[in-house]
Ligand binder design. Structure first.
Ligand SMILES: [Mg+2]
Length: 409
């Protein structure tokens, strides 16, 4: 794992507000994670067209999208594997669950990248650097993938920073020093500068962002047109007023815990399951939603996963109902878990609806739990997730279990 911090160590009060997290060579990395024979060699995912290339393949000139024949000419030992979209969707969901655990303000850009606003977390959790390091560690430990994180004062520059930090890096741009970082970069680093615009800029002798920034707006507009000129002028001065926008409502809410293989017995796993259901239930209530489906996700020592789900006849938002369903699912897969060695337990709820639009399942699931949930939520809002624990979880959440210290509670 590499960590870069631009120019000075950022530990003082000045910290970037926006992170851009981007998984490295995503599809290819999932394939290398799941099949040890693919590690360390050039791998392409696709068939006909290369959808993703491992870093070993990229180093030999394999790009996306490129047709397979061309890729094989450049890299005769290239191993081409067929895409497994379900595996990528599962990995993406697990990674986004971690993003959402780290900050409530997450804007997904695609299956493998997101902006994360950490400006509100400084007092509660810590500075951006600490959050970014935690996020990278968790994605590696819990999902088995490398994610590069860039951080800056604007969305645009955070994305530039993550691109510059790849692979498996962390690059934070210290506030006040943005232009020192940005100006030496090639014009292609500016958002929206594709090969055509780059060529037009090169024709005018403009190769670096500094050279673009030295022109005034009108000169740029004359060169590349009204829209593009204004856009280039703003970005070259790191002007990007866009906020991180929480996207459409999540289609699921999940949380997970990971631990070393063979370290947890059934009682430990059950305690973690209860704790995980607690977190999920709380986030569900915070988002004013109810759920109909509960999914249990397990990961084994070989990174293979098992998923089991159950759907209620009526929606709920109670921790007890979620936990009962998850515990029953755990029962059905326990023999498999024992045989293969468990390394992660995760719970997610989906089939979400706003809680004001749905007749809730109160009679079905312990009506008494509603005031309890509300009281526990209130205490945790004030004092953090660990401020109150269920007695059943206390004995089992011990040191060897990776509790997530930086998560939003
Ligand atoms: Mg990526």
């Amino acid at each position: 794992m590499r960590t870069y911090v631009l120019m000075t160590v950022i530990d003082g009060p000045e910290q970037p507000d926006i992170l851009h997290a981007d998984l490295d060579a995503f599809y290819a990395s999932v394939e290398q994670r799941d099949n040890p024979a693919l590690r360390g060699i050039p791998v392409a995912v696709g068939g006909g067209i290369v959808l993703a290339a491992s870093y070993e393949a990229k180093a030999l000139g394999v790009k996306t999208p490129m047709n397979e024949g061309e890729a094989r000419r450049r890299c005769p030992h290239l191993k081409v594997v067929a895409p497994r979209m379900q595996a990528y969707a599962d990995a993406s969901r697990a990674v986004f669950d971690i993003f959402h655990d780290v900050s409530p303000v997450v804007e997904g850009l695609s299956i493998d990248e997101a902006f994360i606003d950490v400006s509100g977390l400084r007092r509660l959790v810590g500075p951006a650097r600490q959050i970014a390091e935690e996020l990278r560690r968790r994605v590696l430990d819990e999902v088995g993938l490398a994610v590069t994180v860039g951080g800056a004062s604007t969305k645009f520059l955070a994305k530039v920073a993550s691109a510059a930090g790849k692979p498996d890096g962390l690059l934070l741009v210290e506030p006040g020093r943005e232009l020192e970082f940005l100006h030496p970069l090639p014009v292609e680093a500016l958002w929206g500068v594709g090969p055509k615009t780059a060529e037009r800029l090169h024709e005018r002798g403009l190769y670096t962002v500094a050279e673009v920034a030295a022109l005034d707006r009108a000169q740029l507009v004359a060169m590349v047109g009204q829209g593009a000129g204004g856009h280039l002028h703003a970005l070259a001065h790191n002007q990007d007023p866009r906020h991180v926008v929480v996207g459409r409502r999540n289609r699921s809410i999940g949380s997970q815990r990971s631990f070393p293989r063979g370290r947890c017995g059934r009682a430990d796993v059950e305690a973690m399951l209860l704790d995980t259901c607690d977190r999920v239930g709380r986030r569900l209530r915070q988002s004013n939603q109810v759920a109909r489906t509960v999914t249990l996700r397990l990961r084994f020592g070989d990174f293979k996963q098992a998923t089991r789900a159950t759907t209620f006849p009526q929606a709920t938002q109670h921790t007890n109902a979620i936990h009962e369903a998850a515990a029953e699912l755990l029962n059905t897969v326990w023999p498999l878990a024992e045989e293969r060695g468990l390394t992660k337990v995760g719970v997610a709820v989906s089939n979400l609806d706003p809680d004001d639009a749905v007749q809730m399942a109160l009679p079905l699931f312990a009506p008494d739990s509603q005031p309890l949930d509300a009281a526990v939520d209130h205490i945790r809002e004030s004092f953090g997730h660990r401020s109150i624990s269920r007695a059943a979880t206390l004995a089992h959440i011990s040191d060897h279990v990776q509790v997530v210290p930086g998560s939003i509670t």
